[in-house]
Design a protein around this ligand. Structure first.
Ligand SMILES: Cc1cc2nc3c(=O)[nH]c(=O)nc-3n(C[C@H](O)[C@H](O)[C@H](O)COP(=O)(O)OP(=O)(O)OC[C@H]3O[C@@H](n4cnc5c(N)ncnc54)[C@H](O)[C@@H]3O)c2cc1C
Length: 264
């Protein structure tokens, strides 16, 4: 998280107070301690979907994630994004990096190797292909966008920018991209709930988990209990269930299945 306003939670409480003609809450954090008026108003507005009150706060993150993950994140309409442009920025040597999924990491393959060398050999081949594809794409992209070729493109009446904007199409979606992402606090809650679900793709879920963790530190009143949608809605809203979480009888706490099976 690179940007936030420290007084945002007090501002949110005051926005709620203004709507209901509640005595104006004070301009300090005292009002937000548990059961004080500011905390009660803020949580009432959040939980009754009086979203605009929560929208008076915002937070900004800078993220470096593979393009196939960014594509999902960048779908949010209630957000402001700015992404590093490979049209205007030439990726200098080492400037382009790529993602390797956990099942192709050597730490995982080594564990498989101990139990099943044949299957580990298959994964090793797959890992090498993954690396080759990305390295080759980066090499070829870099080769044709090298500044030393600028005179050559000029001699053909071709703008080097034109070459960069088309050569980036050769980069696989596992390449990392960088962007700044600003959302209001309601929007962060909304997107956190959706992607914290265990049915969400692992990579985007882990980004949301990191974001939520940081938001909790800065905005403890509003984000304190933000969690997976099944926790927040006291039940799973998905048609296809993950099969890993079950709420206890109070409907408030989710128990991982393995814990449940140990105790029964
Ligand atoms: C489990 C899951 C699976 C998905 N699968 C796919 C997929 O297969 N293909 C695909 O293309 N996308 C997919 N998406 C992306 C999804 O369609 C949304 O684009 C993305 O999640 C953004 O959600 P949002 O619209 O709620 O958020 P935002 O775009 O940030 O909007 C926030 C809220 O504002 C309101 N809003 C915003 N714009 C409008 C509008 N024009 N009209 C009415 N209300 C509006 C809505 O209440 C909305 O929930 C998936 C998302 C999830 C969570």
């Amino acid at each position: 998280m690179v940007g936030w306003y420290d007084g945002a939670e007090v501002l949110v409480a005051n926005a709620g107070a203004l709507c209901y003609d509640t005595v104006q809450v004070a301009h300090d954090d005292e009002t937000l301690i548990p059961n004080k008026i500011g905390q009660r108003i803020s949580l009432h507005c959040r939980d009754s979907h009086h979203n605009t009150v929560i929208e008076h706060g915002s937070a900004t993150f800078v993220k470096k994630v593979p393009i196939f993950v960014a594509r999902q994140d960048l779908r949010a309409r209630l957000a402001s994004f700015d992404e590093r442009s490979l049209r205007y920025c030439r990726a200098a040597d080492g400037g382009l990096t790529y993602y390797v999924p956990n099942y192709l990491e050597m730490s995982y393959i080594s564990r498989v190797m101990d139990k099943d060398p044949e299957r580990a050999g298959f994964l090793l081949g797959m890992r090498q292909e993954w690396i080759d594809d990305h390295e080759r794409a980066i090499y070829r992209y870099s080769k044709y966008t090298d500044e030393e070729l600028n005179d050559f493109w000029d001699s053909l009446d071709l703008n080097p920018e034109r070459i960069r904007e088309t050569m980036r199409a050769r980069l696989p979606v596992g390449i990392n991209t960088v962007y700044m992402d600003t959302r209001n606090l309601w929007s962060w809650i909304h997107h956190a709930e959706k992607r914290l679900c265990l049915r969400a793709q692992d990579e985007i879920r882990r980004i949301r988990r990191q974001e939520t963790h940081q938001l909790k530190k800065v905005f403890p009143t509003i984000f304190g209990d933000v969690n997976m949608p099944c926790y927040m809605a006291s039940g799973c809203p998905e048609k296809k269930k993950c099969g890993l979480i079950e709420l206890d009888e109070s409907g408030k706490w989710a128990l991982p299945f393995y814990k449940k099976s140990i105790s029964t």
